[in-house]
Design a protein around this ligand. Structure first.
Ligand code: GAL
Length: 265
């Protein structure tokens, strides 16, 4: 279990340097200005020196405060599947960062992040429990809890791990308890770069055998997190915009028109 820092004090020169990496190619660049403005306001306000990196094929559309990192546009699902390849390819750009986070382009911060976002110790990684599988106790579960009985997650809520043994993302039936969202994750620079290198290599080895895991990069992230347990954030950091969950909203996953965004250019 990792010890966690609360928000570090804000004094110049001592604040942690945090890089937020966003992949935004083709139509997804439209999300970047609002995402960065929201992160500027809400991501570790007063507690970190936040820098933005946007992996894109359209640098002219990226706000000047972000560092554009050139990548080619590849149609879905490669835009998400290859996110770790982009991190590895541009690793030198992150030398001055103490921590790295990656979030989907179509997300938006709507409230200040809280202490505990930056990991100390443990695997050095941070993951967000997927909102679709978080444990929502039924009334019966709540009654059992009140009476002091242990209430476990149902198997159906375990998450959508890759179960095909041919994929390097495969999770066996006896493994895995928490299913993490691929949309927001991070860690110390070294821990996150190690994760990115391993995932890019495993995804390549899958692709060489014409395998793409069921939820693409997210499946590989979940496999990695079983072996390197992250500090777990609840779904307030991946809150689907139109859902109602028993958490406050900090980072929204925006509702979007998938087919229009993913249509061939
Ligand atoms: C969906 C989400 C996908 C993937 C999937 C996993 O709700 O839109 O991106 O995370 O859950 O089952």
């Amino acid at each position: 279990m990792s010890a966690l820092s609360s928000a570090p004090p804000a004094s110049p020169g001592t604040v942690p340097r945090v890089g937020l990496i966003v992949v935004a190619t083709a139509r997804y660049t439209r999300f970047v200005p609002d995402l960065l403005a929201s992160a500027r306001r809400h991501l570790l306000p007063g507690a970190a020196d936040v820098r933005f990196f946007v992996c894109t094929d359209r640098p002219a559309e990226i706000p000047p405060e972000a560092v554009p990192l050139p990548v080619e546009h590849r149609p879905w699902p490669y835009a998400t599947l290859l996110r770790y390849h982009h991190v590895v390819r541009h690793a030198a750009a992150f030398t001055d960062c103490d921590y790295l986070f990656q979030c989907d382009a179509d997300m938006r911060f709507v409230a200040d992040t809280e202490g505990g976002l930056l990991p100390v110790g443990g695997s050095g990684l941070v993951g967000v429990e997927h909102p679709g599988f978080c444990w929502k106790p039924s009334r019966w579960d709540r009654l059992r809890q009140r009476l002091g009985f242990e209430v476990r997650r149902g198997r159906g809520r375990r998450g959508s791990y890759e179960t095909d043994p041919r994929s390097l993302a495969c999770v066996a039936k006896h493994e895995g308890e928490v299913y993490y969202a691929g949309g927001f994750a991070g860690g110390t620079r070294d821990a996150y770069l190690a994760l990115a290198r391993t995932l890019a290599e495993r995804i390549d080895r899958d692709l060489a055998r014409e395998i793409i895991a069921v939820w693409h990069d997210e499946s590989h992230l979940n496999r990695y997190f079983i072996d390197h347990p992250p500090h777990r954030l609840d779904p307030r950091y991946c809150y689907p915009e139109s859902w109602q969950l028993p958490y406050p909203r900090i980072l929204l996953a925006l509702d979007k028109e998938h087919s229009a965004l993913r249509a061939p250019l």
